[in-house]
Design a protein around this ligand. Structure first.
Ligand SMILES: *Cc1c(COP(=O)(O)O)cnc(C)c1O
Length: 431
């Protein structure tokens, strides 16, 4: 299996080169030359085994081929249960049982495991740069924490993440540094991009990225869709449909990929917050990225979803693309209302992102859709305590793994939203 760029400007390359590069040299995103059909009969019960079977064709020529089972066993060592909701024929696919209580743990741990095994042990340490509006930074920090050969620099916008999220970004220490940037998430992203393209800096420090455009983050996410759909199909003889709270489209695209690989997945609905570039496109408008709007579901505050470029590459025709997926948009007032009513209506306390998905489910039901749906629960409500607790009227305890991290002291440093400041910070010797 070889990998090509969505922009067609570079030769097909190996998985290992694509993983190491992140972004293709022509600025495009790497995609597999073709999508293999999964060996569904070989897929087993533990999530790690599903992942290994599903990913094997992509790793056929990789140096990591023989190690794929081990990589999956380490990365997928916490479950992704499909929990029935109080309403009939609806489920929550709970992806928040990892160390930082969000779905990004699966892919961050998988990518970290791959990069660690691909790196030359004699090379100087690589600093992984990550701009985050909350969950990515924590997942990447946890995945690389105390990993030999790697440092992590997390940049997050000061005052724009919940206090508990901020603590979750600053709790690592050791080889993981967290910078509170006096600016917006877009400033953080701009600073990271500037560093990654600064050749003079890169001659002095080895830099890497772990953002959501990496193939090493996209591919492994197909595993939990496969697992849930197969489990549901075995029990009910029917395809399971998914509603995916969506920002950069990485998670939902992995669901689409699982369906394309032959898994029994029905419709996929992209549930956006007020950043509604995808719902507008799927309703027939031109694709028109816009500046990001801040919402309660902050990990989905994306005005230009990066993985749209991959979707487009797979569906050059707009009509075909619009037939492949559906999309819906939910505003902050509706998010609040859904969080407030979810305990009664669905029997769960959702995070603001999951609430976007639940609202999309309620609309489908109101429109008479009686099919089985799984709403993807992308994070645990306790991560967003300052939003959720006043709405449901009681405290929401963090899951044990997150509680362990939160018990550690914070080690953040403040940073001006200024490239010279970042550059100087990156040139300071690591601990
Ligand atoms: C990152 C994130 C999303 C959005 O996922 P994409 O892959 O960017 O579409 C949704 N919910 C939570 C909690 C997240 O952390």
């Amino acid at each position: 299996m070889r990998f090509v760029s969505t922009r067609g400007g570079v030769a097909a390359t190996s998985l290992d080169a694509a993983l190491a590069a992140g972004l293709a040299p022509d600025g495009g995103l790497y995609v597999p030359e073709s999508v293999p059909v999964a060996d569904v009969a070989a897929v087993g019960a533990p999530l790690a085994q599903t992942a290994a079977v599903l990913l094997a064709p992509y790793f056929a020529q990789s140096r990591l081929h023989e190690q794929l089972d081990d990589i999956c066993r380490i990365a997928f060592d916490f479950p992704a249960p499909l929990r029935p909701l109080a309403s009939t024929e609806a489920y929550l696919l709970e992806l928040f049982h990892g160390p930082t209580a969000a779905f990004k743990d699966y892919a961050a741990r998988f990518l970290a495991e791959c990069l660690a095994r691909l790196r030359d042990p004699a090379a100087p340490a690589t600093t992984i740069l990550v701009a985050t509006s909350g969950d990515t930074g924590a997942a990447v920090g946890a995945a690389f924490h105390r990993r030999p050969g790697f440092n992590v620099a997390i940049l997050y916008p000061q005052g724009r993440v919940s206090p508990r999220q901020a603590h979750g970004l600053e709790c690592f220490g050791d080889n993981v540094r967290a910078y509170r940037v006096a600016g917006t998430f877009d400033d953080c992203q701009r600073l990271v991009k500037q560093a990654l393209t600064d050749e003079a800096l890169r001659a002095r420090v080895a830099l890497g990225s772990a953002n959501s455009i990496s193939l090493g983050r996209l591919l492994p996410q197909a595993a939990y869709y496969a697992q849930a759909a197969l489990q549901f199909h075995a029990a009910h003889g029917e395809r399971l449909n998914f509603i995916v709270p969506t920002g950069n489209l990485g998670n939902a695209l992995a669901g689409w990929l699982a369906r394309r690989m032959g898994l029994p997945i029905g419709d996929i609905v992209l549930a956006s917050n007020a950043n509604d570039v995808l719902p507008r496109y799927f309703a027939g408008a031109d694709y028109a990225p816009h500046p990001t709007v801040a919402t309660l579901a902050n990990a989905m505050d994306v005005g230009a979803p990066s993985n749209f470029e991959r979707l487009r590459w797979w569906h050059p025709d707009d009509a075909a693309l619009r037939a492949a997926l559906r999309a819906d948009s939910v505003d902050d007032a509706q998010i609040r209302d859904t969080i407030r009513t979810a305990p009664q209506r669905h029997g769960v306390v959702p995070c603001p992102h999951t609430a976007v998905g639940l609202r999309a489910l309620e609309r489908l039901r109101d429109a008479g859709d009686a099919r089985p749906w799984a709403v993807v629960a992308t994070a645990h409500a306790a991560k967003f305590d300052s939003i959720v607790e006043p709405l449901v009227g009681h405290a929401v305890a963090p899951p044990p793994a997150l509680a362990d991290w939160l018990a550690r002291p914070a080690h953040g440093q403040s940073l001006a939203a200024d490239y010279d400041a970042l550059r100087a910070a990156l040139l300071r010797p690591s601990p």
